[in-house]
Design a protein around this ligand. Structure first.
Ligand SMILES: Cc1cc2nc3c(=O)[nH]c(=O)nc-3n(C[C@H](O)[C@H](O)[C@H](O)COP(=O)(O)OP(=O)(O)OC[C@H]3O[C@@H](n4cnc5c(N)ncnc54)[C@H](O)[C@@H]3O)c2cc1C
Length: 467
């Protein structure tokens, strides 16, 4: 065989391989033509409000279980047409991952699974007529309704917090924090003379997983991304505080892992203050219980979360602090055909006897999504033997920079680089499409090889916060 023939065969093989790879990465939706019959025409209409961890899991599991059935239609309504992969949101601050890869396309993923999707903002439920009412008078009928509207920050009425701090409840918030840091660097680079301390001081309030990760990401943004671009600003002048009211940060973790995390934050020059309460936030300071003041124009609040306030408008039994009251089968008390899961639901934790509810985590919302999917189908089929929801915590993974994490997985505790690699692999495989996995993986590889290109899209930093 001469060289031309061999070259031609090699090229042909490559083209076939690339074609196969492209088909694998772009699978066709399960239903064709799309959305036929229309959702409204199905005998059993399952409406899911909220397309986050809980709602998305419930939708895909119901679609999987009813793939061959003609009588069950699923529709998801959500305020955004993307699915926020929360564990990766803090990584947006340092540009470790691109925002668009953390906000994964929800419509496409649901259509691929066999569900319909509408972007709409839920306003109420008319239980008599069995319709959900959304913005602009839109109405969506249901036979079974699953509510998974998530949570939002809780400011506990502390003066100035809501007004002056940035929150961390969305990809937009992570972008705002990054923009704020860049904004301060731009401002300071123009100042001739003394720079007020408050400009380059960042105070993260809340030493749980989110606050700890955010503090570390701000450090990475400053030292790895911004420092080379602002040669006149010594990055060591930037002060980062992490305030926690409890006697320890990351309270859910084992003490050895807490110490490992503290040591890491210390090496990043992050000033961790435990048993420290913020009593007031102003435009340029945080006043602590005891009277001390930290001068800062950059406060980030991660210290409290509560169920989405929209649940108040649904006229269902709620506990303001823990959410919509459901039984151990995830049914809303006194409302047959209505179910609730995720951060907006108060789900009894049957492992504990003291009336505690399941914690608001992504892993809980996913497990609840599985159970509610089974119970809704059983209800449609008249099978009264519903499954009890039992939360099985799998552990906690906290990433502090791309080369360090503290993990507790099914009782096994480990930290350092191996833990960071585990964190990345564990979450990479949970992303909802092959495209997202490849994009995030590419972000990480590029970030490892090259200094991140950080730009500030002006105007997005001070946008009004949404409920
Ligand atoms: C920064 C951050 C990092 C986190 N990291 C982790 C982690 O590493 N591990 C972990 O286990 N948990 C983590 N969590 C917690 C986890 O994200 C939540 O517990 C989980 O997302 C709850 O799922 P959900 O379905 O209840 O809500 P969400 O996933 O928040 O979804 C809520 C859905 O409701 C929609 N919605 C809200 N209001 C309306 C409305 N009025 N009308 C229509 N749609 C509406 C939203 O658009 C969204 O689709 C993190 C949380 C944050 C904030």
């Amino acid at each position: 065989m001469n060289g031309w023939v061999k070259g031609g065969l090699a090229l042909g093989g490559m083209a076939v391989g690339l074609g196969a790879l492209k088909r694998t990465l772009n699978p066709r939706p399960r239903y064709a033509p799309w959305e036929k019959p229309r959702y409204e025409e199905f005998e059993n209409k399952i409406l899911i409000i909220g397309g986050g961890f809980g709602g998305y899991t419930a939708a895909t599991k119901i679609c999987e279980a009813t793939r061959k059935r003609e009588d069950v239609g699923v529709l998801v309504i959500a305020r955004d047409n993307f699915f926020t992969f929360w564990p990766m949101v803090p990584g947006i601050v340092s540009s470790d991952v691109d925002t668009r890869n953390v906000a994964q396309p929800l419509r496409r993923a649901l259509i691929m699974a066999g569900s319909s999707f509408r972007r709409a903002e839920v306003k109420g439920v008319d239980k008599e007529r069995k319709v959900v009412i959304a913005n602009d008078g839109l109405e969506f009928p249901y036979d079974q309704l699953i509510i998974s509207l998530g949570g939002q920050p809780n400011f506990f009425g502390i003066p100035g917090v809501e007004e002056y701090s940035l929150t961390m409840k969305g990809v937009e918030d992570a972008e705002r924090i990054r923009n704020r840091v860049i904004e301060r660097f731009e401002e300071v680079s123009l100042i001739r003379g003394d720079v007020p301390e408050s400009k380059l001081t960042f105070v993260v309030i809340g030493g749980g997983a989110t606050g700890t990760e955010v503090a570390s990401e701000i450090h990475n943004l400053v030292h790895h991304a911004l420092a080379p671009d602002y040669p006149n600003i010594d990055p060591n002048r930037v002060r980062i505080f992490l305030l926690e009211g409890l006697p320890q940060i990351l309270p859910e973790l084992d003490p050895a892992l807490q110490r490992a995390a503290r040591a890491r934050l210390h090496s990043e020059r992050i000033d961790v203050r435990i048993s420290t309460f913020a009593e007031e936030v102003t435009a340029d300071s945080v006043r602590l219980k005891g009277g001390e003041e930290i001068e800062s124009e950059n406060v980030i609040w991660t210290a409290g979360a509560r169920p989405n306030v929209t649940i108040r408008d649904l006229d269902l039994p709620i506990d303001e602090r823990t959410g919509i009251k459901v039984d151990k089968h995830l049914r809303v008390e006194g409302h047959p055909g209505i179910w609730s899961i995720g951060d907006c639901a108060a789900i009894p934790d049957i492992r504990q006897e003291n009336g505690k509810v399941v914690p608001p985590t992504a892993q809980a919302a996913i497990q609840e999504g599985y159970t509610v999917a089974k119970n809704v189908i059983k209800t449609i089929d008249g099978d009264g033997d519903l499954e009890e929801f039992e939360y099985r915590p799998l552990g906690q993974l906290v990433e502090l920079g791309s080369d360090f994490a503290v993990n507790e997985v099914m009782g096994v505790r480990f930290s350092g680089l191996a833990a960071a690699l585990f964190w990345r692999m564990a979450y990479l495989i949970r992303l909802n499409s092959p495209q997202s996995k490849i994009r995030v993986f590419a972000d990480w590889v590029i970030g490892y090889m090259m200094q991140p290109a950080v730009t500030q899209i002006r105007g997005s930093s001070e946008e009004t916060r949404r409920p």
